[in-house]
Design a binder for this molecule. Sequence first.
Ligand code: CP
Ligand code: NVA
Length: 302
Amino acid sequence: MGRPRHFLDLDGFETATLRRILARAGELKRNRGDGSRLLEGRALAMIFEKPSTRTRVSFEVGIQQLGGHAVVLSEGDCQLGRGETMADTARVLSRYVDAIMIRTDRPRKLTELAEHATVPVINGLTDESHPCQIMADVMTYEEHRGSIGGRTVAWSGDANNVARSWVHAAVKFGFRLRLACPPALRLNGALLDWVEAEGGDVAYADRAEEAVEDADLVLTDTWVSMGVEAAEKKRHNLLAPFRVTEALMRRAKPDALFMHCLPAHRGQEVSDGVIDGPQSVVWDEAENRLHAQKGILAWCLG
Ligand code: CP
Ligand code: NVA
């Protein structure tokens, strides 16, 4: 038996594979009924060690639309919460289900699950990445504006797990990424070394205004990701200058789009005027989680 087709992080993929997944996602979105038997009878286990609205619902509905079904395990009601190892959990779930999606904190837990599972493992977010989200985001940008290749994308806010997956995407999909964030919250240096080795174009800007100048797409995310709540006050102080407001959006290209993976904290990282404004595509972005992940499931279960 070959190695399962895991969907772990964008940096581990060939661009052509990511493109293939997105093309499939687009087809499944356009012909909603056509995929209904694609994964007939297949089961997806979803492990949640952190809360979720979009990821949970879109995966559950997505596999159902493809003819399969999902089993949800939250930390509190499975044996992981009582110390059963990821490795043993992987071995057991692989005997019951055809794929495993996990949302967890440490990336090591994801890789441990993948090392010991004999079925595909999908990364539904860790402290360090959120690749399913960025697949949906790239799909959304391209539906509205055509290829993201060669565009300028600006991130203003915490350089978190979502930002890290955007860095991977910049290299894989060939766009410029400008990251405006407080120096204390920057991504670790090894990531930018990887970008350089891959010939990518990712750079930090000290000020939000600098990053968004002439951008085609402006992004942000919560200032306080799941797991860093203890540093909330400090983060609010550090991140306030990086709020995405109407004034900031005016510095980007006139047809620039605004995206946010959600949940949003209105009045903190983004103003109501921007998230509810004409440049915002956040609801399309949330919807595309469903379609992009159907493409991912179809690829993993081939
Ligand atoms: N964007 C996202 O992953 O949302 P949830 O935390 O609601 O799944
Ligand atoms: N950066 C956020 C993303 C939520 C989908 C978090 O990790 O909480």
